[in-house]
Structures are given as C-alpha cells and as structure tokens.
Design a protein around this ligand. Structure first.
Ligand SMILES: Cc1cc2nc3c(=O)[nH]c(=O)nc-3n(C[C@H](O)[C@H](O)[C@H](O)COP(=O)(O)OP(=O)(O)OC[C@H]3O[C@@H](n4cnc5c(N)ncnc54)[C@H](O)[C@@H]3O)c2cc1C
Length: 419
C-alpha cells in the first residue's frame, strides 16, 4: 500500500470544527488533514441553510482556504496502527497509509438514534449539510403534495413533527416554520388549511442546556406561534402515515425530524483506543489519549476534562471544540498546559427576529437576543469572504421573498439514456 508522511509530522483525522481549528492554529507549522469533505461545516448556521435564508455553500468553509499551510487528503479513515504510527485511509483512488509523529483525532459524532419502530425508515436526520438541504426539499415537497392532495391527506402533508428539543431541533423547527409561512402566499389553494408543528422531547422542558428563564421564554414564543410542545414524552413508533407518541397521541404526518442528540463516531470503537461509557475517547487534561504518548483527541469524539468544570467533561458543542483546538495547538507546539474553559454564554435563534442569548451578566430575549445570536455567529465564522457572503444573504433576505424551488434532484442527475 502507498505510504505518505504527515506534513510537519502532525496528522489530523477529521476536518470538522475541532480538526480544522487545530490545523488553523498550527499555522505555518502545517499538518495533514484527512477528511471526508473538503470543507468545515459551520453548524450554528445550518438551520438557516435549511430554511433558505442562507445559501448552503455559505455555511461551509473550504479547508484549503481556512488552513492554507496544511495539506488536505480527501478520504475516509478506516484503520489505525499506533505501534507503527500509521493511519489507513480509503480514497477515491484506493487505500493508502499516512505515517505520523503526532495524531489528532477529531472524528466528531453521529446522530444518536434509538430502536424505535419505523425510525430508521421514516425519520429525517438533521446533522449535516446534506440533511439540511434534504429537509428543505422535503418540506417544500410536502407543500406541493398538500396542494395536489384531497383535504384529508393535505393535513398529513402539512404536519411536521420534530423529536429532540435541544438547540438543533428548536432552531430547525423555528426556521422551517418561517419558511412554510412565507411560502404559503404562493399556495392560495392551501389557504385556511390547518398547519401543525409539533415539538417532542423526553426531558421535562425544552432547551434544558440554557437558563430556565430563557428556556421558558423560548417555549412561550413557540407556543404563541401555534407550535405544540410535548415534553416528558417520547416517540413510540412512526410509519408512512403517522407518528405515535408515548402519551397516546397519534399524529398523522409525512415528516418526522429526529434531532435527539449525538453519539461519538462509532469508528473509534474499532481503533483500539480507551473509550468512556458514552463511547468517547478518554483523554487527560492536556487532551492526550490515555496510554498513548503521541495521540490526542478533542471535539465531539472525546470526553475532554475541563479544569473549569471538574468532574464534568465538555458537552458536544462547537464553542467547546474551538477552545479545545486552541489549547491543543499550543500543547502540540511546546506551550503545554491543561485545558480550562469557562463557557461564555449560550445563544439561539427562534426564527425571524426572535432569539435568546445568555451572556455574562445579561439575559437577552426577542429582537436583541436574535441580534446578539446572529452577530456572535458571524463573528465566529472563519474567513472574511464567508462573513461577507452571509451578510449579503441576510441583507437580500430582508428585501426579497424566499425562494421556494424544490431542488431535490440536485446531485442525482439522470443517467444518459434514462427516460
Ligand atoms: C444541526 C446542528 C446545530 C448545531 N448548532 C450548534 C450551535 O449553535 N452552537 C454550538 O456550539 N454547537 C452547535 N452544534 C454542535 C457542533 O456542531 C459540534 O459540537 C461540532 O461540530 C463538533 O466538532 P467536531 O470537529 O468534533 O465534529 P464535526 O464538526 O462533526 O467534524 C467531524 C469531522 O470528521 C469527519 N469524519 C468523520 N469520520 C471520518 C472518517 N472515518 N474519515 C475521515 N473523516 C471523518 C467528518 O466528515 C467531519 O468533517 C450543532 C450541531 C448540529 C448537528
């Protein structure tokens, strides 16, 4: 098998939030990034890509621009030999190995699913860009289906169920319900047809990770908009006709979006590394993998101890992945110190002009909360050119109606000769 050597001796496995930032902070020292995509997805803006406020291309950052001193090898990591310090990669051109001196594991997470009847067949995910675009096309497709359907089945097409009321679920629901409200003006035949948005979570309240007052405000805002919230409730089953909840409610629907948390990348279990009970790689406070001098891990795939919150490993957020990356890049370059980070705050949008922001000393809601959330995301987004594109998209969205074309065929061209 062909062998390559990692640039500067550092191999970064996974070019998401954590990996891309480690490479960026390593600067001219360089690194080799192995990732499945040639971009980093800026997930905080994913709900807006789903609703069409932002162009999908504008919520991703090309790795070659973000980390100009690093080498990018596109492919999937399939194996690790820590004795020989080699990683095996499957690429479009066949498998190869990369020899490293230092390995950084930033392989992220996948959606955490449960063995609920029908979920794998009928549930829609919301984890990456493909999910967001598929969801947008699906929702617009439901409006078309409702418009062509008889009254009884229109109800099913106009009912949207979201399971999981963390940030991703709440923000995606809020954005998509705005999209549907805006799109409705183009479907006069659906005037007066009831639309139903349902948010379900097993926890006793929505957005459990933010301060109670803000969570209550979010629940109040969503309820005011007619969104049904079922807390302390789970999904029992789903089929092509309806979803059944644990409180006995059966909801006729053709859309069930599953946003009930994440779990560490299952590949980690095959790499022979120490894992915790949630299948995350165990690392010490320097972010070094336990028992491995030359392997580090961070982001959603690692259980990272934080000196600022003893006993509580960091939650899977980009905010933490970014701070861990900054610390790790320093640890790799000689200025080794334990990781410590106190959360600055939490922000979320609730659709157009509504948001919540908990920043030190302040709890902001409504327009101010929305403005602070957007400004924070813009500030966090790497590259001036990306920031500019996002600002242009937001400005255009202020003055023009939303685009309602359903482009589900993109990426699936008909073969030559197909009918
Ligand atoms: C919809 C959504 C909204 C979110 N919103 C927020 C928010 O508002 N604020 C916030 O702080 N956090 C948010 N998060 C969480 C945040 O996105 C994650 O915590 C963050 O992306 C973790 O970074 P990571 O690098 O560990 O993982 P990821 O960013 O997922 O990156 C993992 C990378 O590894 C690559 N990879 C995986 N397997 C392989 C393989 N075998 N070979 C090669 N490459 C591989 C993947 O392709 C990916 O590029 C959100 C998450 C989602 C899903």
């Amino acid at each position: 098998m062909t062998e390559r050597t990692a640039r500067g001796g550092t191999l970064i496995a996974g070019g998401g939030f954590a990996g891309a930032y480690v490479a960026r902070y390593l600067g001219e020292r360089g690194a080799t990034i192995v990732s499945r995509e040639n971009f980093m997805l800026f997930t905080p803006l994913l709900p807006e890509a789903a609703s069409g406020t932002l162009e999908p291309r504008h919520v991703v950052v090309p790795l070659r621009l973000m980390c100009p001193h690093s080498e990018l090898l596109l492919g999937s990591i399939t194996g690790l030999n820590t004795e020989e310090r080699k990683v095996t990669v499957d690429s479009a051109d066949g498998p190869f190995q990369v020899v490293y001196e230092r390995l950084v594991l930033s392989l992220g997470s996948i959606a955490r699913t449960l063995p609920i009847p029908g979920l794998a067949e009928h549930g829609l995910g919301f984890k990456d860009l493909a999910d967001a675009i598929a969801l947008r096309n699906h929702v617009l497709g439901q409006l078309e289906a409702a418009s062509a359907a008889v009254a009884e089945s229109a109800v099913r097409h106009l009912t949207f169920v979201f399971v999981g009321a963390g940030y991703a679920g709440v923000e995606a629901l809020a954005e998509l319900s705005d999209l549907v409200s805006d799109a409705m003006r183009h479907y006069p035949e659906l005037n007066g047809r009831p639309r139903r948005w349902v948010l379900v979570d097993a926890a006793p309240k929505i957005l459990p990770e933010i301060p109670s007052r803000l969570g209550d405000y979010a629940a109040e805002q969503l309820t005011k908009r007619g969104i049904e919230i079922h807390v302390g409730t789970t999904l029992e089953s789903i089929d092509s006709e309806s979803a059944l909840l644990s409180n006995g409610t059966r909801i006729p629907t053709a859309t069930l979006v599953w946003t009930a948390g994440v779990r560490a990348n299952p590949l980690l279990a095959q790499l022979g590394l120490p894992l915790d009970d949630r299948h995350r790689v165990r690392v010490d406070e320097m972010l070094r993998v336990e028992g491995h001098e030359d392997v580090w891990a961070l982001g959603d795939c690692a259980a990272v101890p934080n000196l600022a919150s003893p006993g509580l490993p960091d939650p899977p957020t980009s905010q933490h992945a970014l701070r861990q990356a900054r610390r790790l890049a320093k640890n790799l370059t000689g200025d080794a110190q334990p990781y410590r980070y106190r959360t600055l705050g939490q922000v979320a949008t609730l659709g157009r002009y509504k948001g919540i922001a908990a920043v030190p000393g302040l709890r902001l809601t409504g327009f101010l909360g929305w403005f602070v959330t957007r400004t924070y995301h813009l500030f966090q987004l790497p590259l001036f050119s990306r920031k500019l594109r996002v600002v242009v998209d937001w400005t255009v969205a202020l003055f023009f109606q939303r685009d309602i074309v359903e482009l589900g065929m993109l990426g699936h061209p008909r073969g030559l000769g197909d009918e």
